[in-house]
Design a protein around this ligand. Structure first.
Ligand code: ATP
Ligand code: MG
Length: 567
């Protein structure tokens, strides 16, 4: 694990916040009476564009800097977060196309910008750019809180390498901030949901779909007894908010060309920047309303342009991108070895998650029992743009009282991948129809060590009780609708041609999750159980995955202990 916090701050001097530092937007959050609150910067923005721009030696950030992409693109730095800790040869500079270009300096990434009033332009490393940007975020937070922020928890994508994590810590520390911890983005999202006062923390399997601007990250998270285990992750750099902007840019550019003798606003840098800014605004408007206007003064060759687009049209032209999100989510569930039926909840995070169509597409992929947490499907959903910063702020408030050295040990297991069992562990009992029934006691993917106790049914009259502890896993049982007997066999051929007649037979197959009994871990006979008494079974899985089972009559003496060695 990377070293954290070179700045030494004692726990009582600390003023800690949560930061999510994205390629497109960043947010800062603090906690007030245990509630996470996202802080607005001096422009009133809570989603602060991750951009720095230099004009006449003056540094601009956020939306002010973003506006300079039109007439000061060369001195405006965008989409740089992912370059931290990376070699120049392995970066994808696509998203910097219309801004300062990354360049190779000693194998690392730098930008050449005119950041002074006079003199030669400076070449600034991505680390230094990040430090400058983070300093601005911290200043905004300190101004809001009325005291100096000293420390922070930052969120990072799950596939951030150790080098990238180290580089982020270095850049933050250089901004005068003690890094309490880096936490994985999907974990921050789950944390933000679980911390709501109305939340019921229960064992569940969650998909976090974090749909940003330049990348989309998905993860399957098992939440067991308040511990989170990341089961699988997947990342996509092709489908994100920027690709939706592109769809709209192409749409409006073509419309402009039709009206204006084939003048293409995409061929001129300034026109392109205006086209992009207005397309993003129209896209956001379409998340709330069913219509959006598009209006740019002097879009190209001095020609003003006005148009509108409705949501239906947008959803049609953006379908390829939306389908990409579906595939990404379906893929990560498969990667985790699970089925959509195993997923209890889908948390939509990131700016693009505001898009109603994406949430309704997810709604149709998952069974009705899966909760889809997005603003358009659940009025109580947390604002997806605020989730990560809130999660980071909550984590910051939880750990800020620890001594720096203790933070690593004391808080790591709660927020990163930990050892866990794969299959469920439970008891087998005999059903009414003589078939074995599996009742899970410990859910699959539960972090270890773990101990759970259950009471097992006993015969009414008492007597001997056989307890069988087994592993269980789920599989999906598909039931095809029964083919209806044809009333008149000879008419078969005719009927095949008619869609209407067949419609009843196209009833969908049903899919349900059923338990399959796996390896037996232990059997115990508890003898002479009193009438009306109960048998208590305790299953204990140690940190090395060794299982100990204890069975005894409640109130009875002794008990039977069985041990299954760690695999
Ligand atoms: P990345 O690192 O992937 O570039 P990020 O994590 O920095 O992105 P987010 O704020 O999660 O940024 O997502 C930014 C994207 O979300 C942008 O493409 C932005 O246009 C889009 N977005 C923000 N708000 C909305 C909205 N209301 N409706 C649709 N899209 C939105
Ligand atoms: Mg993001």
């Amino acid at each position: 694990m990377a070293e954290t916090g070179a700045t030494s701050v004692t726990p009582d001097e600390r003023c800690a916040i949560g930061i999510t530092f994205g390629n497109s937007y960043s947010s800062i959050a603090c906690t007030v009476d245990d509630n996470a609150v996202v802080i607005a910067n001096e422009d009133g923005d809570r989603q602060i564009p991750t951009i720095l721009s230099y004009v006449d030696g003056e540094e601009y950030t956020g939306n002010q800097a973003k506006a300079f992409l039109v007439r000061n693109a060369n001195n405006t730095v965008t989409s740089f977060r992912d370059f931290l800790g990376q070699e120049f040869k392995s970066i994808d500079p696509t998203h910097c196309h219309a801004a300062a270009h990354p360049k190779d300096v000693d194998g690392g990434v730098s930008f050449t910008i005119q950041d002074n009033v006079e003199g030669e332009p400076s070449t600034v490393s991505v680390s230094e750019i990040s430090t400058r940007y983070l300093r601005r975020l911290i200043t905004s937070a300190s101004d809001y809180l009325g005291k100096k922020v000293t420390s922070a928890v930052l969120t990072v994508p799950t596939n951030f390498s150790e080098k990238q994590r180290e580089a982020l810590i270095k850049a933050t520390t250089a901004a005068g901030i003690e890094v309490l911890q880096l936490i994985n983005e999907p974990t921050a999202a789950v944390l933000a949901y679980d911390a709501r006062p109305e939340a019921v923390v229960e064992d569940k399997t969650i998909v976090v779909a974090d749909l940003g601007g330049s990348r989309s990250d998905v993860a399957v998270v098992a939440s067991r007894g308040g511990l989170y285990t990341i089961l699988a992750t997947a990342h996509d750099y092709e489908f994100g908010g920027a690709s939706l902007d592109k769809v709209l840019m192409d749409h409006f550019a073509k419309e402009f060309m039709k009206k204006n003798k084939d003048v293409d606003p995409r061929e001129n840098a300034r026109s392109l920047a205006k086209l992009k800014a207005e397309s993003e605004a129209a896209k956001k408007a379409l998340s709330i309303g069913t219509n959006a206007s598009f209006s740019v003064e002097s879009l190209a060759e001095g020609i003003d342009f006005q148009s509108t687009i409705n949501r239906l049209r947008y959803e049609t032209i953006a379908r390829k991108v939306f389908d990409g999100f579906n595939r990404l989510v379906e893929g990560v569930i498969k990667k985790a070895g699970l089925d959509v039926l195993d997923i209890d909840e889908v948390i939509l995070s990131g700016g693009t998650a505001h898009t109603p169509r994406i949430a309704s597409n997810f709604r149709s992929i998952f069974p009705a029992t899966t909760a889809i947490q997005a603003p358009s499907t659940n009025p109580n959903a947390v604002n997806p743009s605020e989730l990560l910063a809130r999660g980071a702020a909550l984590q910051a408030s939880l750990i800020q009282e620890y001594e720096t050295n203790d933070i690593e040990q004391s808080t790591h297991p709660a927020v990163t991948t930990v050892p866990h069992i794969t299959n469920a562990i439970g008891v087998v009992s005999l059903g009414d129809d003589g078939e074995d029934i599996f009742t899970p006691v410990i859910a699959p993917e539960t972090a270890v060590p773990v101990r759970r106790t259950v009471h097992v049914a006993t015969p009414k009259e008492g007597g001997d009780v056989l307890v069988k502890i087994v592993e269980g896993n789920t599989h999906i049982k598909v039931t095809k609708p029964e083919a209806k007997p044809k009333e008149n066999g000879t008419k078969d051929d005719d009927e095949d041609d008619s869609d209407d007649d067949d419609s009843e037979e196209e009833e969908e197959e049903t899919r349900e999750k059923v338990w399959k009994i796996g390896a037996t871990l232990g059997e115990a006979a508890v003898r002479g159980v009193k009438k009306g008494s109960k048998v208590e079974v305790t299953i204990n899985v140690a940190g090395d995955l060794g299982v100990t089972i204890t069975s005894r009559e409640v109130g009875g003496k002794g008990g039977i202990r069985g041990v299954v060695k760690a695999p």
